[in-house]
Write a protein that binds this ligand. Structure first.
Ligand code: 5GP
Ligand code: ZN
Length: 145
């Protein structure tokens, strides 16, 4: 997949909308459009790399650093019972978007979230755009501080 066809590159270029919560020179964080759990966010490098194998380790380090910041904000603002950081490489690992991303997943008691959760689940609450936007406002404000 080339960068010009990539949905996450379009989000970086702002030719596609997202509920952005944080950015710095090389990374961007935004709300997942089909959250596996309430408060599910994504952290990506601004540059297009399909998998972790395609990028310099130090560039992944910057993504990791932003993921740690976002995870901290999620933990403080949403007060989940835990936070999982997940990053998939290849279809078998569950990767559906071929632009490196770290999932920041708030965990709750009995959420039974599998590593390869159903990316196309149609749980109504999870798809609630207003709910996603409301969480984005709270995380954005925490990450600004
Ligand atoms: P993967 O399946 O590659 O591990 O994760 C890709 C994630 O990107 C999924 O959780 C999916 O919901 C999310 N996603 C796919 N397309 C979009 C989009 O256009 N905008 C946002 N915000 N998230 C997306
Ligand atoms: Zn891309």
């Amino acid at each position: 997949m080339s960068a010009s066809d990539c949905i996450f590159c379009k989000i970086v270029a702002r030719t596609s909308d997202s509920q952005e919560i944080y950015q710095d020179e090389t990374t961007l964080a935004f709300m997942d459009i089909h959250p596996a759990n309430d408060g599910h966010c994504l952290v990506i490098p601004k540059a297009h790399f399909e998998t972790v194998f395609d990028m310099p380790p130090a560039a992944f380090g910057r993504v990791g650093s932003t993921a740690a910041k976002v995870a901290r904000a999620v933990n403080e603002v949403l007060r989940p019972r835990g936070v999982s950081l997940i990053q998939a490489n290849g279809e078998l690992a569950g990767q559906s978007v071929l632009h490196v991303h770290v999932h920041v997943l708030p965990r709750r008691t009995d959420d039974n979230l599998l590593i390869n959760w159903d990316r196309n689940s149609n749980n109504e609450r999870r798809f609630d755009r207003e709910r996603i936007a409301e969480i984005a406002v709270r995380l954005r404000s925490r990450l600004r501080g």
